[in-house]
Design a protein around this ligand. Structure first.
Ligand SMILES: [Zn+2]
Length: 174
């Protein structure tokens, strides 16, 4: 298992918990502390939780490409034994994937903001609408029935642009 920094370790644990839940985090900690391979049974014993729960957690880690396993048939029982190994260094690519995802979403939102004119009654709790919708509603807010005026989204656009720039910098996209 490759060595990871404390920061990577923290990122790994918080991300795993976010995406897959506290149990998966617990399993990850066990795998981190033991370094080599572990069977699901040993993990279940250490955490004092059901084998099924451990397996579920391990498959989640596998889906995230953070863990791999190898299986060996036990000659006496004929059952498969699964040896699990954590690949904590893969957190870096997982984080990158997530950031790319966020970037896509922000860029799509930016396009929407830049590509539309917006109208609003400026009342709190009422929604902004696009020009098309405002026209269909005769420029009357459907919630409070006040007049819809054009809404300046320059600030939203510049916040989004800044976010896009920041993420691109982090991701080394020019
Ligand atoms: Zn309104």
């Amino acid at each position: 298992m490759s060595i990871i920094t404390d920061e990577q370790r923290q990122t790994l644990l918080s991300m795993v918990e976010d995406v897959a839940g506290p149990e998966v985090r617990e399993v990850t900690i066990i795998l981190l502390t033991h370094k080599g391979e572990l069977t699901d049974e040993i993990i279940a014993e250490e955490l004092d939780i059901k084998l099924n729960q451990v397996r579920k957690a391990l498959y989640k880690l596998h889906d995230l490409e953070l863990a791999t396993f190898r299986r060996i048939r036990d000659k006496t029982t004929g059952w498969f034994i699964f040896y699990w190994k954590l690949h904590p260094e893969k957190i870096t690519s997982l984080v990158k994937k997530k950031q790319l995802n966020v970037l896509d979403k922000i860029q799509a939102r930016l396009e929407y903001e830049e590509g539309n004119m917006f109208f609003s009654c400026l009342e709190e709790g009422c929604e902004r609408v696009t020009f098309q919708t405002a026209m269909e509603q005769d420029f009357i807010c459907q919630a409070c029935e006040k007049r819809l005026d054009s809404f300046d989204n320059t600030q939203i656009v510049s916040v989004l642009q800044r976010k896009v720039e920041q993420l691109k910098k982090i991701l080394n996209i020019v």
